[in-house]
Write a new protein. Structure first.
Length: 174
């Protein structure tokens, strides 16, 4: 496992990580997810401090894409409809000239296992599947959709002495 101080990018799954895994399905095939505002704020602060943020999800909806672009995540770092997340993870690392050891990944279930194992720090929410928990380097105190992303972002930024907030910079970026 890498050290929190070596992390330059934070990457994540969506369902079960940024949400509690629940999906509200409508008759028109629209799926609605609920995101935690504290996780979103953590993503914004990480971006403000120069970290890359990557998203790898099996879902593919405009609502999910919009959630991340409004947080400031670059469109090319939002990978939708992933079936082999490790390929997208490796492409993300290559595009940003990162070693996998410099990237933290947060996943919660079996499809995330290859990336949890490949990342410098593989983290999982408190309510992740048993397989994901066994593969992880870090088990969050918070469950999916309830602040686990914010938790790991704070851990990384605090370890690097970057967990502070400046209103002026935030206002300019967002």
């Amino acid at each position: 496992m890498s050290n929190w101080k070596e992390i330059k990018a934070i990457t994540m799954d969506v369902d079960g990580v940024l949400t509690d895994g629940s999906l509200l399905a409508f008759d028109n095939h629209e799926m609605v997810r609920v995101f935690n505002a504290k996780d979103s704020f953590g993503i914004r602060v990480a971006l403000l401090k120069g970290f890359y943020i990557g998203v790898f999800t099996g879902g593919d909806t405009e609502g999910v894409r919009n959630r991340f672009t409004t947080c400031g995540v670059q469109a090319e770092d939002i990978h939708m409809g992933c079936r082999g997340k490790i390929h997208d993870f490796n492409e993300f690392c290559e595009r940003h000239a990162l070693k996998p050891s410099e990237v933290l990944f947060i996943g919660d279930d079996v499809p995330d296992l290859p990336v949890i194992k490949a990342a410098g720090i593989g983290a999982v929410p408190a309510d992740a599947s048993e397989d994901a928990q066994r593969a992880a380097d870090y088990l969050c105190e918070e469950p999916g959709g309830k602040g686990c992303v914010r938790e790991v972002i704070e851990n990384v930024l605090r370890a690097q002495r970057k967990w502070y907030f400046e209103d002026d910079d935030y206002e300019k970026l967002f």
